[in-house]
Design a protein around this ligand. Structure first.
Ligand code: LLP
Length: 434
């Protein structure tokens, strides 16, 4: 099983470090990343593009996990990133990430955020709606700057995935609709503005996509649009940004394509469509988030209370839950978990792995086969690296966990554990009368 590795004592290791030692040294709940796994995933996408001999950029969708440390790693690998807020942009710049390789996304970027992006010279602003075009126009005029932009269009493709994640269909809060002519209208507005350089088109069809069909359909629709604009306006985009959404393996049942297969199928489709319409081959950009960091992340918890329910599966509770991983509660997302001390031990029972938050829905895993376990045991939930820590919250005023990067047998804290002092740091006494 390539999900996890063990050392000679049979303990789970992450980045070459014993998970029991990580738990002991840094406490639980703890988020741990195997940095080599992140690098290997990124390089798998790079190698796939190199093989196809096309211009490309891999723009890590940092909403999946956005901290200074991950921005450093992606920068070291030569990647681009996308950010969707002033907070992500601030973090990336603080980490020394080159502004020129940042794309700024979002369906409701505020005036302040757009100004921040322009003043820091981000590489591309991905325009999402007409309000934003107007707003950016004003900011560019005021600051007397020029910026590269892309148009986010909705191609009317919704990849087969969980409904919360569908963003490519026509009834979407994101992007300009192609069919109704919004995209063309936006194109004309942008082309008329000399302070905006339209470098390409963007679309994103969904998340946790397990097959290439949706992407191929997306490519067809986008290149049809490109061909229309070439005929009508003699315009051809330099970049085709196809978004992210490449699926990962959360459990042994999940079956997804490799980076290699996704990319070769997508690129070949672009080549074919471009050739058929005599279009210049554009550079292909992708925005993988989950597939870069998802399988590299582990959430370590300590087992505490156990509750039997006659006739039903027992609850085994841990010291974390929906505060550090909301995905099971929000999307019915499924995960696997193993005991850090003996991941290969034969299961003896099936339990419900419960979180510690005051909400019945805070169940991390509904059906987990486990060897004999006891309070104090460390359990590792696998493949938690995407949208786990990045969606973490302080519900019940539980401090958010620390994040550790492990690589070659070394572990480093890259986000410290929140303290109770942090929890009240923004609270102010109410000055009551009487
Ligand atoms: N590009 C755009 C424009 C996006 O909207 C997204 C994700 C991505 C790239 C990255 O998609 P990925 O490769 O990570 O699938 N919180 C949800 C996922 C929300 C995804 C939103 N957009 C979850 O936990 O499943």
């Amino acid at each position: 099983n390539d999900y996890y590795q063990t050392n000679t004592q049979g303990h789970l290791i992450i980045g070459g470090v014993d998970a029991l030692e990580l738990a002991k040294k840094f406490g639980t709940p703890l988020v741990v990343y195997d940095v080599q796994k992140i690098k290997r995933q990124f390089q798998a996408f790079q190698n796939a593009f190199e093989k196809e001999q096309v211009d490309y950029a891999i723009s890590y969708a940092s909403k999946a996990f956005a901290t200074m440390a991950i921005y450093q790693v992606i920068n070291k690998l030569g990647g681009h990133i996308d950010v969707v807020s002033g907070g992500e942009l601030f973090t990336a710049l603080k980490a020394g990430f080159p502004a020129a390789k940042i794309s700024f996304h979002g369906n409701n970027k505020t005036p302040d955020e757009l100004l921040m992006a322009v003043q820091n010279h981000v590489g591309v602003i991905i325009l999402d709606n007409f309000t934003e075009i107007k707003l950016l126009k004003r900011i560019l005029k005021q600051t007397n700057t020029r910026v590269q932009v892309m148009l986010r269009v909705t191609p009317g493709v919704s990849a087969h995935t969980h409904e919360y994640d569908q963003t490519g269909q026509e009834d979407s809060k994101f992007g300009f609709d192609i069919r109704s002519g919004q995209a063309e209208q936006a194109f004309l507005q942008v082309k008329a503005n000399p302070q905006m350089e339209l470098i390409g088109l963007h679309a994103h069809i969904g998340s946790q996509i397990l097959a290439a069909e949706g992407f191929k359909l997306e490519v067809e629709k986008l290149l049809k649009l490109v061909n229309d604009w070439k005929q009508k306006y003699d315009y051809q985009p330099r970049v085709l940004n196809l978004g992210g959404g490449f699926g990962i393996r959360y459990t042994a049942q999940d079956d997804t394509l490799t980076a290699q297969t996704f990319i070769s199928q997508i690129v070949q489709k672009v080549k074919k469509c471009a050739q058929a319409s005599h279009l210049k081959m554009p550079a292909i950009w992708i925005e993988p988030g989950r597939s870069i960091v998802g399988e590299a992340g582990y959430n370590l918890y300590t087992i505490g209370a156990r509750k039997e329910v006659p006739g039903l599966l027992p609850y085994v509770a841990v010291d974390g839950g929906m505060g550090d991983n909301i995905r099971p509660a929000l999307y019915q997302a499924e995960y696997e978990a193993v005991l850090a001390e003996k991941p290969h031990a034969e299961p003896v029972e099936t339990v419900r792995l419960a979180g510690r938050y005051c909400e019945s829905g805070d169940i991390i895993i509904n059906k987990l086969a486990l060897p004999k376990s006891k309070p104090g045991d460390v359990i590792a939930v696998l493949a938690t690296g995407a949208y786990g820590y990045s969606m973490a919250a302080n519900y019940n005023r539980v401090p958010r966990p620390a994040v550790v990067f492990a690589e070659n047998g070394q572990a480093q804290v890259v986000v410290t554990r929140e303290t109770y002092a942090d929890i009240v740091s923004h609270d102010r006494f109410y000055q009551m009368e009487g």
